[in-house]
Design a protein around this ligand. Structure first.
Ligand SMILES: C/C=C/C(=O)SCCNC(=O)CCNC(=O)[C@H](O)C(C)(C)COP(=O)(O)OP(=O)(O)OC[C@H]1O[C@@H](n2cnc3c(N)ncnc32)[C@H](O)[C@@H]1OP(=O)(O)O
Length: 247
């Protein structure tokens, strides 16, 4: 089994985080594979839609914190930033099925998905400030745009956790299902999209995003530079030490 599993079914490429013993925390190696998968899917005519998921108990705990210390990204070509880029301008529909923890990039990734369905046990969090970091994936721009400044500040500045109902009420996700149904609901929607004319889907997605795409990419560049600086800060190192030495 790979830490990133893929399955192609009737035009839907399922991409699954599969490192459950570490709550699907994402390493540099996993980002590299994810980047390759997304780049391949762009030009693969058999792929109409990507469905991103984890397990019923966990979407992803975000970036692997130890790996951030061991293999910090140095520039925009680093595996993590290359992955962010491939998702942000991915032309085909992205659907996510989320349950359990969706932390850090586990939440910001959803800002780039077109349809998001969660289970009742989903737990979202943007703990960048608590970790001594700054937002990534253009979340400092896209989140206020999507949910308004008040809610974005609540989530980004305080790092509070929130559930699927709160995420749906704010407009971050499309639907909340019980833990047994969220995945099949997402598969159903992804399969339905995959039956529609692909060219129309691609053009419609591009039209919807065109007014803010340039600003999204510019924000990712600015955030990336600041993020890399903050990874080298004592605040971040102390936060990781606290997390890894908790009992
Ligand atoms: C560019 C992207 C940036 C970001 O994404 S920044 C966000 C970084 N992520 C975090 O700060 C989240 C850290 N993790 C947690 O807060 C908690 O975990 C959870 C709420 C996700 C789950 O808590 P619980 O159910 O109590 O599980 P557990 O015992 O904490 O974790 C099980 C094992 O998974 C490892 N683990 C969890 N998250 C991470 C992570 N993000 N980086 C590295 N390891 C992680 C733990 O250490 C442990 O491992 P062991 O069993 O060997 O002790």
């Amino acid at each position: 089994m790979s830490e990133i599993e893929t399955r192609l079914n009737n035009g839907v490429l399922e991409v699954q985080f599969n490192r459950p013993e570490k709550k699907n925390a994402i390493t540099e190696q996993m980002y590299r594979r994810l980047g390759d998968i997304f780049i391949g899917a762009r030009s693969n005519s058999e792929v109409a839609v990507i469905l991103i998921t984890g397990q019923k108990s966990c979407f992803t705990a975000g970036n692997d914190l130890q790996d951030f210390l061991d293999n910090p990204p140095v520039d925009d070509e680093s595996a993590v930033f290359r992955f962010l880029q491939t998702v942000a301008d991915f032309p085909k529909p992205l659907v996510a099925a989320v349950n359990g923890p969706a932390i850090g990039i586990g939440t910001t990734l959803l800002l780039h998905c077109d349809l998001v369905f969660s289970g009742e046990s989903a737990l979202f969090q943007l703990p960048f400030v608590k970790l001594g970091l700054v937002p990534e994936f253009a979340s400092s721009y896209l989140l206020p745009l999507r949910v308004g400044h008040a809610k974005a500040a609540e989530w980004l500045l305080t790092g509070k956790t929130f559930d699927g109902q709160e995420a749906k009420a704010a407009g971050l996700i499309n639907g909340v299902y019980n833990d047994e149904q969220f995945f099949s609901a997402a598969v159903h929607q992804a399969q339905a999209l995959a039956q529609l004319p692909l060219e129309s889907l691609i053009i419609t997605k591009r039209l919807m995003k065109q007014t803010y795409m340039a600003k999204t990419l510019q924000t990712m560049e600015e955030e990336g530079e600041l993020f890399r600086k903050r990874l080298a800060s004592d605040d971040f190192k102390q936060a990781v030490t606290r997390f890894l030495s908790r009992s």
